[in-house]
Design a protein around this ligand. Structure first.
Ligand code: PBG
Length: 324
């Protein structure tokens, strides 16, 4: 009781504030998303994601070195697949010399210690822009899962440390886990997008990969933003099926979900601060309406406070530079 307790005592100097600070942002919390394209000498800015780029493999080399030198230790690869290689079955996803598989090998060659994670979903490969195989206008579950399992194995064979299924099909974690075990890849991790919402925040990402759904939306597989309990059951199921890391996506609008999962499970929780979140801050900062670095750090800290231990973020390099 006042004046015995004066809460402001612990805020009285920067040193005291830091001593009692409950959460911190560290460069090793981050997963850096990478967009890879075919071709040579390509570094093209994504219009709706200022200062974020698509790289061809040759230019990816120096980018990955820079990421490593900044102290960042994990990347998450996405590929932009040429239109001519897209089909309904995602055939190209299983090509052992496909762009994804070459990107994995390349990064492992340059930075063998980098934790390489890979996106597992059919949308970049799908002529329909959906995360799975389409039959009669519906994304079918079990046939898709069979492809995702083979795709995961192909990534593991190329050297991926973690596969990251972002598709939200039922039962895919178990199928992927069994496929990897059968082939002897018992140390390949699975980071499951376990609570992934059908969100309008993914817009800029779909520009980046040219992967917007050709018809309809993703609401028959991604979660309804109105739901909270469902995130817990989705996530617990994925853990039972063999997920090593679970994920909430998007980030800022779903902090309650991160906290729910942190209370329900001991499995590490990742959060994906998605493209739309990045675009919003870049746009506001460009206009001079918000302070870029302060807002960036405040949002990231909120993820840690909510209970996330890993953060996939397009700000990863900005943060690493700021912390240096
Ligand atoms: C697709 C995928 C998406 C993102 C990651 N993987 C888009 C979608 O589900 O439509 C979004 C990432 C972002 O917006 O930054 N499997």
């Amino acid at each position: 009781m006042f004046p015995l307790q004066r809460n402001r005592r612990l805020r009285n100097s920067s040193a005291i504030r830091l001593l009692v600070q409950e959460n911190n942002i560290s460069v090793t919390d981050f997963i850096v998303p990478l967009f890879v394209v075919e071709g040579k000498n390509i570094k093209e800015e994504i219009t709706s994601m200022p200062n974020y780029y698509r790289f061809s493999l040759d230019l990816l080399v120096s980018e990955v070195k820079e990421i490593w030198d900044l102290g960042l230790r994990s990347v998450l690869i996405f590929v932009k697949v040429p239109e001519s290689l897209k089909d309904n079955e995602g055939t190209e996803a299983l090509n052992n010399s496909g762009l994804m598989q070459r990107a994995i090998r390349k990064i492992k060659e340059i930075t063998p210690e980098m934790v390489v994670m890979t996106d597992v979903a059919l949308d970049p490969y799908s002529s329909y822009g959906h995360d799975g195989i389409v039959e009669n206008g519906y994304v079918v579950n079990d046939k898709t899962v069979a492809v995702l399992a083979k795709m995961s194995l192909s990534h593991a064979q190329a050297g991926a440390d973690f596969v990251a299924p972002s598709d939200m099909m039922d039962g895919r974690i178990e199928s992927i886990r069994l496929e990897l075990e059968d082939a002897g890849f018992f140390n390949t991790g699975i980071m499951s997008y376990s609570a992934k919402y059908a969100s309008a925040f993914y817009g800029p990402f779909r520009d980046a990969l040219d992967s917007a759904p050709g018809f309809g939306d993703k609401k028959t597989y991604q979660m309804n933003p109105a739901n909270r309990k469902e995130a817990i059951s989705e996530t617990l199921l994925d853990i039972q099926q063999g997920a090593d890391i679970v994920m909430v996506k998007p980030g800022l609008a779903y902090l309650d979900i991160i906290r729910d999962l942190a209370n329900e499970t001991e499995t590490p929780i990742a959060v994906y601060q998605v493209s739309g979140e990045y675009a919003m801050l870049k746009a506001a900062a460009e206009k001079g309406w918000l302070n870029h670095d302060e807002i960036m750090m405040e949002q990231l800290l909120a993820f840690k406070r909510a209970g996330a231990s890993l953060i996939a973020s397009y700000f990863a390099k900005d943060v690493a530079k700021l912390l240096k």
